[in-house]
Design a protein around this ligand. Structure first.
Ligand SMILES: *Cc1c(COP(=O)(O)O)cnc(C)c1O
Length: 373
């Protein structure tokens, strides 16, 4: 049996005709940038996130950078983020001229450790980027409380968590503002590059709209030095179609995650991350910790099962961030997890015989390798 890590073609097969007619309408109007499809998406996604404003942009990375600029963050400022996330959040901080300050995470949730975050705060801390890694918000109440007390802005990176909830509230409306990616493999994915910002703050939304469009708020005037980070119409049209299916796909993800959890629970050596109380995850990925991860991955691959690692190198050990002066041992939990995590094949349309095959192959492999240890 061949088990792909993700199958976007299976998803497209469900919405083929809807997508084609939405894209045809863009061709017919021949308005390819900043048109009605993008506007419709902004208002639908704001509503979906229970947020006042949505500003569509060209990628999740652009969303993160524009948000930091909208909050006036730049040289001399420090921005805190987890050491074990995708590189974009750290890039955005460095690109606005601020200093990325990494913090370690909890081993059983992979989410930022609020106590460690507290000790990373300095008088230069201007913002905290929290990342809802793998689709699950962490326990963020203590972080928000501490940040609010000090006047530090908290930004969500919701790129893996479209539709997730924390204490009943949607990601995208948990903090001052959020950045989302619609990279094709995300829970809500475009057919190309796209992203957005959500916020309840009208001034931040206005700044973000200007920054994404050459710093222009009124025709022919450029009040700020901005960028070209608009979302294109074809992506807006695709996202409008896909947003209407998102809750169903997220529900299918939760059901598959529950199947994996219960089927793997007899195996003490295969450890999924814990559910955080009061959180509704949307399982962007299903990640387990296993001993001898690289060997297990090879055996799974030889059996036709594709897996991933998110992420194999913590950010403080990436060559691009060497200038920060970190070394091995600085964020021990992130480093430990990087050597143990394995992302299992996972997508809403995944058939149950594939899930069972992954579970039995993984369980047998772990048993066999630990017997030979
Ligand atoms: C995908 C992703 C991003 C980057 O988004 P792009 O649209 O690829 O620029 C940022 N943060 C996280 C957590 C992501 O998963």
């Amino acid at each position: 049996m061949h088990v792909p890590f993700i199958d976007l073609a299976a998803q497209f097969a469900e919405i083929d005709s809807e997508i084609r007619s939405a894209i045809d309408r863009v061709f017919a109007s021949s308005q390819f940038s900043s048109g009605p499809a993008v506007e419709e998406f902004e208002s639908s996604f704001a509503k979906y996130c229970e947020s006042e404003h949505c500003v569509a942009v060209s990628s999740g990375t652009a969303a993160l950078e524009i948000l930091l600029r909208a909050y006036g963050i730049g040289p001399g400022d420090e921005v805190i983020l987890p050491a074990n996330t995708f590189v974009a959040a750290a890039e955005a901080i460095a690109l606005v001229g601020a200093r990325p300050v990494f913090v370690d995470v909890c081993a059983d949730t992979a989410q930022v450790d609020a106590k460690q975050l507290e000790s990373a705060l300095t008088s230069n801390t201007k913002a905290i980027t929290i990342v809802h890694l793998y689709g699950q918000p962490g326990e963020i109440a203590p972080i928000l409380e501490s940040a609010n007390r000090r006047g530090i802005v908290v930004i969500e990176d919701g790129s893996q968590a479209h539709g997730a909830r924390y204490k009943g509230r949607r990601v995208g409306n948990l903090t001052a503002a959020a950045a989302f990616s619609f990279y094709p493999t995300k829970n809500l994915g475009a057919y190309g590059e796209a992203g957005c910002i959500t916020t309840n703050d009208p001034d931040i939304a206005k700044q973000a709209r200007m920054l994404r469009d050459h710093g222009s708020g009124r025709k022919k005037y450029h009040d700020l030095i901005g960028r070209n980070d608009r979302m294109d119409e074809i992506q807006g049209a695709v996202l409008n179609v896909k947003l209407s299916h998102l809750d169903r796909w997220n529900q299918q993800r939760r059901e598959i995650a529950d199947m994996y959890r219960s089927a793997l629970s007899p195996h003490a050596d295969i450890r999924p991350f814990l559910k955080v109380p009061d959180c509704e995850s949307v399982y962007h990925l299903f990640v387990v910790r296993v001993p001898m991860r690289d060997r297990i991955r090879e055996v799974l691959f030889a059996n036709g099962i594709q897996t991933g690692i998110h992420y194999p190198i913590p950010l403080h050990l990436q060559p691009a961030f060497q200038y920060l002066g970190h070394g091995e041992g600085d964020f021990p939990v992130s480093e430990l997890l990087a050597g143990e995590i394995l992302s299992l094949p996972f997508y809403p349309q995944m058939p149950s015989d594939q899930i069972q095959f992954v579970v039995s192959t993984l369980s047998e492999t772990v048993d066999q390798l630990s017997r030979n240890r």
